[in-house]
Design a protein around this ligand. Structure first.
Ligand code: FES
Length: 144
């Protein structure tokens, strides 16, 4: 008796996804293609729109209560790596204190994605800088 089950050939999109995972790693592809917290917040009390040296912009919205980041959203016009770093960074800081968030380094963001390609390491710096500026803007407004 023969087994009539044949393996279905991969679709073009599946093959493309496999190639991207080979090149960038699984976490970058997952966060880059379906970024978490990729939205504006209507009740934000902290916000920044920051353009880095590469020309890409990251917008971050924060809802902070009692020095805790209750909610965070971001948007960017950057590449998949920029979306991936924004996505993983928002997951890292959501629910934590603003003090802890201010201490996050680009290396920690990169480690959370199991590394970034050499020519995209600056994406983590853009995300870190944008987050720090959004928090600082919130603190400045609170002092005013
Ligand atoms: Fe500019 Fe990623 S390529 S921040």
């Amino acid at each position: 008796m023969t087994d009539n089950k044949t393996e279905q050939p991969k679709s073009f999109m599946e093959m493309l996804n496999d190639l991207l995972i080979q090149k960038y790693g699984k976490k970058i592809v997952e966060h880059g293609s379906e970024p978490k917290n990729f939205h504006a917040l209507s009740d934000a009390n902290g916000y920044v729109s920051y353009t880095g040296p590469c020309g890409d912009t990251m917008k971050i919205w924060l809802k902070i209560t009692d020095d805790t980041i209750e909610n965070i959203g971001f948007q960017t016009d950057g590449c998949d790596c920029t979306r991936a770093v924004g996505s993983v960074l928002t997951e890292m800081v959501k629910g934590g204190s603003i003090e802890e968030a201010m201490e996050i380094t680009p290396t920690r963001i990169e480690d959370a994605l199991d590394g970034l390609p050499d020519d995209h390491k600056h994406c983590a710096i853009l995300a870190r800088d944008a987050l720090q500026k959004a928090i600082q803007g919130y603190l400045d407004d609170r002092e005013a």
